[in-house]
Unconditional design. Structure first.
Length: 162
């Protein structure tokens, strides 16, 4: 017997996760993005990361089409950015200055770190698509503490960014 979705969400909420904004761009230059905590390193050689994207997300088709995405790892001060990209409205990038990564994926200002990836493969898994991306570029920001999601709330881990 499978665990009910509500109970599963509660149990998995005990796994603290770093908060990331996944970004990609359409062929005509329109940026898209979403908030994700289902992100992890897969391999060091070659450098691979994965991200799980809800099948109802508007960003899903953009990543599929562009075959590229960036992971913007958020600082503890970026709670409002996380909330902005967790929504489903089309105003996520309104009045937000971003710059393109080397491959064009949007990079958000002040991120703790970022990586840009080319999609190596994707797997349909339940109500999500899992993208495995080869890291093509990345950079650490100017320091700070990570934004963490745990039991449905934001937290930070002070002192790690020093």
């Amino acid at each position: 017997m499978a665990l009910a979705p509500t109970a599963f969400r509660e149990v998995m909420g005990c796994l603290a996760g770093g908060v990331t904004i996944v970004t990609s761009i359409t062929a005509d230059g329109r940026p898209h993005g979403l908030t994700a905590t289902a992100v992890c390193s897969v391999s060091l050689d070659p450098p691979l990361v994965l991200v799980c994207v809800d099948r109802n997300s508007q960003t899903l088709e953009v990543v599929r089409a562009s075959r590229r995405y960036a992971l913007n790892l958020l600082r503890s001060t970026h709670r409002s950015t996380s909330d902005r990209f967790a929504g489903s409205d089309g105003l996520k990038f309104e009045a937000l200055e971003w710059k393109p990564a080397p491959g064009g994926s949007p990079l958000l200002p002040g991120a703790l770190a970022w990586v840009e990836c080319e999609v190596e493969s994707s797997v349909e898994a339940g109500d999500h698509t899992v993208f495995i991306g080869r890291v093509t570029a990345g950079q650490i920001g100017d320091g700070g503490d990570p934004l963490v999601h745990f039991r449905g709330r934001y937290h930070t881990v002070s002192g790690l960014g020093e």
